[in-house]
Design a protein around this ligand. Structure first.
Ligand code: CP
Length: 311
């Protein structure tokens, strides 16, 4: 594997999940694989889990790690052919090549604008690094996808499922801020790949990108959708059609213990208590959010290992 931009970059998702579970049992088994190699992590946006779990994963593999918050560096220009006489001091063409001299793998987090749909769909920041860097790129959440989170989620379901083909529901939740579609997109793509009975529930008007949803059932009645669910993944996203808008904050869509019934509760975190999900769920045994965040380490470790093995 060269880059990890989307889940389909993995040679086999089923094998990746099993291999990540094996890494968890013996995290330092491949500690010499990354010796004298450096992971550079570039953050255009805030992070807790991605930053710490990816660094931990790299260290399990013996790598050195450098983190740069882009707000601490020169402002980057991404457009080509522009006269750079305003606020942008450095072009991504130079920056990506320079960073590549310090890195063996470059991981990038760059959220969408949620104001310019075409630009966001083009993945202009992430793809600029894919184009101009000379080392493998790892997506630590981009405008449209969060494949490290999706791999961690698949690992969590594999570890906790009690039947061969569990019922998994992705359920929209209210949120006061305009949030991206990346987590939902990658989770959908992952659920379409592994052996689960998968459906999506959200209020009418919150339809996601149909090129990603494809033929996954969408059920507008949340109660009906949640019936007999084994795993309920709760996530807010802003409107996709009326791009980046909030058209509903209906508190009736918040996940409650009653609605969850016997299912396990999943969320990528961070999560707003008593807005997205009530305390009684997060504080119960049914919540697996801490297990999910632990699995971020082994998802990242599996990805870095595959890239290092590729030479
Ligand atoms: N789930 C996730 O990516 O968390 P952070 O934004 O804290 O990295």
């Amino acid at each position: 594997m060269n880059h990890y931009i989307k889940i389909t970059d993995l040679p086999s998702i089923a094998s990746a999940v099993q291999e990540a579970i094996a890494l968890k049992l013996d995290p330092y088994k491949y500690r010499s694989l990354g010796a004298q190699k450096t992971l550079v992590m570039l953050f255009f946006n805030a992070s807790l889990r991605t930053r710490l779990s990816t660094e931990k994963a790299a260290k399990h593999l013996g790598m050195d790690v450098i983190v740069l918050n882009v707000t601490d560096a020169w402002q980057l220009e991404f457009e080509t052919g522009v006269v750079m006489n305003l606020d942008k001091s450095e072009h991504v063409k130079e920056a990506a090549q320079v960073i590549s001299q310090y890195a063996d793998i470059l991981a990038v987090r760059a959220f969408p604008s949620l104001t310019d749909k075409d630009k966001d769909l083009s993945e202009w920041i992430l793809n600029s690094f894919v184009t101009h860097a000379t080392v493998p790129i790892v997506n630590m959440e981009s405008a449209t996808g969060h494949p490290l989170q999706a791999l961690a989620d698949a690992i969590t379901i594999e570890e906790l499922k009690t039947k061969q083909k569990p019922k998994v529901v992705l359920s929209w939740a209210p949120h006061p801020k305009v949030l991206p579609h990346a987590v939902a997109n990658s989770f959908i793509e992952m659920m379409q790949t592994i052996e689960v009975d998968f459906s999506i529930t959200h209020p009418e008007g919150y339809e996601l990108n149909l090129d990603i949803v494809k033929d996954t059932p969408v059920i507008y009645d949340q109660e009906e959708a949640l019936k007999d669910a084994d795993f309920v993944y709760v996530k807010n996203w802003s409107n996709y059609k009326d791009y980046g808008k909030i058209i509903s904050q209906d508190p009736n869509w918040m996940m409650t213990k009653e609605k969850l019934s016997t299912a396990k509760f999943m969320h990528c975190l961070p999560v707003r208590r008593n807005v997205v999900v009530e305390d009684a769920v997060l504080d119960s045994e049914q919540s697996v959010v801490i297990a999910q965040s632990n699995n971020r380490t082994y998802a990242a470790q599996l990805v870095l290992k595959k890239i290092l093995e590729n030479g």
